[in-house]
Design a protein around this ligand. Structure first.
Ligand SMILES: [Mg+2]
Length: 415
């Protein structure tokens, strides 16, 4: 008799006897106005914002090629169960959150309704497999899955009455070391002042957005180094702006300034180029916010193309984020978790994963974003001496001010 080995089949989901049942799934596009000035130099607007020619919230910066929004845009997902437990998830979608919103509503909801939300692994594969054969294994589809997956973990924590990090295996550290990301200000003087301010607040590691030419980059990094002294760890993010050749020339100069890490030196698709970079430079070469699954990280790890990986839990979700970090640990590679633009659910999900993995160097922290995320929490989280702790509360431990954040619901696609 011939056997047929069928893979990834979840047809065995129990129909009866589930302790919980998913009753509703709501995807909520959130767009909050922000002061562009206070975000300039940070992840929200690393350069000088230039409005697009058409009437839109979106525009470029003078210095970089990515599109940015005038608003803090995000996608929240609320999943409610028959037992009255509700879980929140969030995807990091600084531009175009309507795309994963449509995917949650039209594609993922039918896969999840009436199912047992505690089956996080089973449901992840069901979602991933649903459009896998159509080639949708990345991008907005993974953002949508990330938001749902995080909401399922929040439900699980609330159901088992445990913080999510404990369900992930427990805490590897008392507090999560943070690096301050994106020094606000456009001039060198403003950036140095912002760096000194970060050190005053207790940060021991600081990241600066560069990518404006080797000379200009070295000048700003030198000024910040002189401004904060040799004890502070400096990281640089080139936002994919260099050729491999120029990135090596830049990296050599940054090494002289004791810069610890060069992020996104060149385009993310060039794995062999990253191998050249890691072999040529003694500082750590890092990248990873653009990748969403372990399948995408695998070539970088196999080829030893990165010294540090930087997955973003708002794009991977908790389940796949944990798997990516386990895979990286298998290759003896540490992680600096990327965390950019979003709200409190995103911060919480990132922090729980950061707590529960062995190979963490830092979690990224943009203070302007964190302050905004806290506005929609009834019990704000606090950064203490450049570290963050997750609260000992069930689930993600966020107490989202639902009524107030819903006022910023702005979806062009909602009927
Ligand atoms: Mg980056």
């Amino acid at each position: 008799m011939m056997h047929h080995f069928k893979r990834n089949c979840d047809a065995t989901l129990p129909e009866e006897g589930a302790v919980l049942k998913i009753m509703s799934i709501e995807a909520i596009v959130v767009k909050v106005d922000r002061k562009l000035q206070s975000f300039s130099g940070t992840a929200g607007t690393p350069g000088t914002f230039v409005s697009s020619a058409v009437d839109s919230d979106y525009g470029w910066t003078k210095e970089y090629s990515s599109l940015y929004s005038k608003k803090i845009e995000s996608l929240l997902v609320k999943i409610t169960t028959d037992a009255g437990i509700a879980g929140w998830g969030e995807a990091q979608v600084p531009v175009g959150p309507e795309a994963p919103e449509a995917l949650v509503r039209q594609v993922l909801s039918p896969l999840l309704l009436n199912e047992d939300p505690l089956q996080t692994e089973v449901l992840w594969y069901r979602m991933y497999n649903s459009l896998r054969g159509r080639g949708h294994r990345d991008s907005f589809m993974m953002d949508a899955i990330a938001a749902v997956d995080t909401a399922l973990w929040d439900i699980a924590g609330k159901y088992y009455d445990q913080p999510v990090y404990k369900l992930l295996g427990g805490s590897f550290r008392d507090a999560i070391p943070l690096y301050q990301s994106g020094l606000s200000g456009n001039s060198i003087e403003e950036k140095v002042a912002s760096a000194q301010d970060a050190v005053q607040q207790g940060y021991r590691a600081i990241k600066i957005y560069i990518g404006k030419g080797i000379q200009a980059d070295v000048a700003v990094m030198r000024a910040v180094r002189e401004g904060v002294g040799d004890e502070i760890t400096l990281l640089a993010d080139a936002l994919w702006m260099y050729s491999v050749h120029d990135a090596i020339r830049l990296g050599v100069e940054l090494e002289k300034l004791g810069v610890a890490l060069l992020e996104a030196p060149t385009v993310m698709e060039d794995v062999p180029g990253h191998v050249d970079l890691t072999r040529s430079l003694s500082l750590a070469v890092a990248q990873g916010e653009t990748e969403r699954t372990r399948y995408q990280f695998l070539p970088y790890l196999k080829e030893r193309a990165l010294d540090v990986i930087q997955p973003d839990i708002g794009r991977t979700g908790i389940s796949e984020g944990k798997r990516i970090l386990t895979l990286a640990e298998t290759f003896n590679i540490p992680a600096a978790l990327h965390m950019a633009i979003g709200q409190c659910v995103y911060v919480a999900a990132s922090a729980h994963v950061a707590t529960a993995v062995p190979n963490l160097l830092w979690l990224e922290m943009n203070p302007a974003m964190f302050e905004m995320a806290n506005r929609f929490q009834r019990k704000p989280w606090t950064v203490t001496n450049g570290t963050l702790k997750v609260p000992e509360l069930p689930g993600l431990g966020v107490d989202i001010d639902e009524a107030s954040i819903r006022r910023y619901n702005d979806s062009g696609m909602r009927a």
